[in-house]
Design a protein around this ligand. Structure first.
Ligand code: ADP
Ligand code: TMP
Length: 236
């Protein structure tokens, strides 16, 4: 398989066509953004860490019976993935109050939620990815009722699997964002990435942040933290 023309350049990744019609080549970039691109920096080593963490997590999820678009890791920064038709949705799961949930609803950060709280966001940078409800998803024809149910069911299963994986390496999975797509056969699969860019990961004992909040809030260098996450997950 060979890399062909650039199909899409996003904030964190580049997608290339390949010689295989249903396979994309994704390159994880060093660019870090926050606030929908308002804050932007190049951080050497971020791309390879997120690629390795995502590859490892997609492998582990597969072992737990959860398929994804992931085919294989091609290099430190690159993956082969199955090309899918993405839902224009971000699915966020919250196990612990933090971030926009705490801010919007006035709930103290760090409080365990009584059940995993699932939220949909419209993937639209021009609108700043607004939060939307099931009716909005239906009215905008972003997914059908059956698809919404399947997305929720899959997301909760992924949450259980990820909580378990992170717990084994002493990490509290506070919240995270998932994206899904549809294969050409019509199967809904997990896509995009799962990394400290897209999850809130706190040390189980100290609640120290091991994720992109450190960049978002200008609290220091994220590279040692992402490396720590990778090193811990590698022990699994
Ligand atoms: P953004 O688009 O938000 O800037 P990225 O830089 O991570 O984010 O870009 C990656 C893009 O690739 C995202 O828009 C994501 O929805 C899309 N994508 C992820 N997985 C797949 C896939 N398997 N097939 C097609 N597109 C994908
Ligand atoms: P939030 O508290 O800012 O809404 O974020 C919830 C989770 O979703 C957090 O783990 C970060 C992740 N996330 C993304 O991956 N991409 C995004 O664009 C946003 C807003 C959040």
């Amino acid at each position: 398989m060979e890399k062909r023309e650039l199909l899409y350049e996003g904030k964190a990744k580049q997608l290339f066509e390949t010689t295989e019609p249903d396979v994309l080549w994704v390159t994880y970039k060093n660019q870090a953004t926050a606030g929908n691109g308002a804050k932007k920096e190049m951080i050497a080593g971020k791309g390879q860490l997120n690629n390795q963490i995502t590859s490892l997590l997609f492998e582990k999820l597969k072992e737990k019976g959860i398929p994804s678009h992931f085919i294989k890791q091609l290099s430190e920064t690159d993956q082969a993935i199955e090309k899918v038709a993405m839902f224009d949705l971000e699915v966020v799961v919250r196990n612990v109050a933090a971030g926009s949930f705490s801010k919007r609803l006035g709930v103290e950060e760090g409080i365990d939620l009584p059940f995993p709280v699932l939220e949909f966001y419209l993937k639209d940078d021009d609108l700043n990815d607004p939060i939307i409800n099931d009716d909005h998803v239906l009215a905008l024809e972003l997914a059908t009722t059956e698809e919404i149910n399947e997305l929720k069911e899959k997301t909760l299963k992924i949450n259980d699997a990820l909580i378990d994986l992170f717990k084994q390496v002493n990490i509290r999975l506070v919240d995270f964002k998932l994206e899904f797509g549809k294969t050409k056969e019509g199967t809904i699969v997990l896509a995009d990435e799962i990394s400290p860019d897209t999850c809130r990961l706190w040390d189980l004992n100290t609640n120290d942040r091991l994720d992109k909040d450190i960049f978002r809030q200008d609290l220091g260098d994220i590279i040692p933290l992402y490396q720590e996450v990778l090193d811990r997950l590698t022990q699994l």
